[in-house]
Design a protein around this ligand. Sequence first.
Ligand code: HEC
Length: 112
Amino acid sequence: MPGLPCSTCHQSANSPTTAGPNAPPGAPNWHLAPKEMVWVDVSARDACLRLRDPGSNGGKDLAQLRHHFAEDKLVAWGWQPGGGRSTPPLTQAQTVAAVEAWIDAGAPCPAG
Ligand code: HEC
């Protein structure tokens, strides 16, 4: 809703299941990702370039990016979204392993 901070409705944890499947989900520091992280109609190369660039990824270097996937409670919420919400195809552990392998390889991006 325009003008209302997210935390008006989204608390630091999911609503209790007794509140129903459409009650607001929650996690610490609830907020949107930077607009550059909206990857609709974005090539794999461009998504990769934006992800590794601190200028577009929220100011994170590669170590902070790893921490973001592995430790950030708002990111972890994606695997425990509450209600009837779907979860990503990989587990968080599999995602972190893939991110670490990518970082260890020098964070390469596919050719455009
Ligand atoms: C006026 C209350 C309200 C505000 C303000 C609000 N939300 Fe929500 N949000 C909700 C409710 C209620 C749901 C659950 C809707 C449902 O499950 O049908 C929801 C769901 C969501 C979801 C889960 C969507 C999904 O896939 O099911 C996300 C992500 C989200 N909000 C992000 C945000 C962000 C980021 C902000 C601030 C920019 C925000 N919301 C502000 C009420 C709010």
